[in-house]
Design a protein around this ligand. Structure first.
Ligand SMILES: [Zn+2]
Length: 299
């Protein structure tokens, strides 16, 4: 019994095991790879959060772009690395990613554009880069925003209208593991899973399952003790699967992705010990779980 209990602990809480302090990549390629993974997770999470707005109690504005602005403080070498990796001109706020079909995309904002004003306040008129950064952040909470941009030698102004999406955040956890987890209002995805799961609908299943945990109240601090119980754990996992698969379908992802994601992570994560005990994660073997998901969708 002790052995089984120990195994349960390792398998059930394995996703939280990665607690090493974060060390940023030390090469341009490393930095670009990490940001590309982050952008991919964001793109999929955002699509899910926009499509499921009707079932979320809190929503927020979003424009669908990422801009990088180096802070005043920070390591000089790291700053040079970021500047090189993302071509940050004069270290001014630069667009590094655009979500296809988002309002930023539709209005013509492009990667590499330098932001020179926000709602009429010019970069050159602010006293610090942090002040401009704060203005840019605040402006993204509003329903519309005007951005002055410089592209090459040309300057122009763009009027953006926000989209609404569920107000939850996400994080990329740099880890060799292949899991995702939810903490309070945050969805956390292991970089190992991003690397392993090549199709977006596979990653979408992981993200949707975690969002379901949040929507069902499983991540509330007051329920922590209750949910740690193994029997209860199996109930909440089933509920999160049942809602999660609907969430991903509503966002337009192929539910087949859930099956291949479960199969490939099972294949890579089942070590000899878990295989020996025929123990597959928190509550169901992968074939059982796939059957359960199919049943949910056929209802
Ligand atoms: Zn779960």
């Amino acid at each position: 019994m002790k052995i089984i209990l120990l195994l349960l602990l390792i398998t059930v809480f394995g996703g939280c095991a990665s607690k090493q302090p974060y060390t940023p990549p030390s090469t341009v390629q490393g930095l670009q790879k990490e940001q590309a993974q982050l952008n991919r997770v964001w793109m999929i999470t955002r699509k899910i959060l926009v499509a499921n707005t009707p079932i979320c109690t809190q929503t927020r504005a979003d424009y669908g772009f990422r801009a990088l602005l180096l802070t005043e403080r920070g390591d000089k070498e790291q700053k040079e690395l970021w500047t090189k990796a993302f071509d940050l001109q004069h270290q001014q706020p630069t667009i590094t990613f655009i979500i296809p079909e988002s309002s930023a995309d539709k209005v013509g904002l492009r990667i590499g554009d330098v932001i020179i004003s926000v709602n009429g306040t010019k970069w050159v008129d602010t006293t610090s880069r942090n002040e401009f950064g704060a203005l840019l952040k605040d402006a993204q909470k509003l329903e519309k925003m005007q951005l002055g941009i410089r592209r090459g030698k040309h300057e122009t102004k763009l009027e953006l209208i926000a989209e609404r999406m569920c107000d939850y955040s996400f994080m990329l956890n740099i880890s060799k593991e292949h899991k995702a987890m939810a903490q309070e209002r945050k969805i956390i995805v292991d970089s190992g899973a991003v690397e392993l799961l090549k199709r977006d609908d596979e990653l979408a299943f992981f993200i949707s399952h975690e969002l379901a945990h949040i929507l069902l109240g499983h991540t509330l601090p007051e329920r922590k003790k209750e949910i740690a119980d193994y029997k209860m754990r199996s109930v909440v996992e089933k509920d999160a699967d049942a809602l999660g698969i609907r969430i991903m379908v509503r966002a337009g992802y192929d539910p087949k992705g859930a099956e291949t994601a479960l199969q490939s992570t099972d294949l890579i994560d089942s070590g000899p010990v878990t295989n020996f005990f025929n123990f597959h994660g928190p509550y169901m073997s992968v074939p059982e779980r796939i059957n359960f998901l199919r049943k949910i969708l056929s209802k």
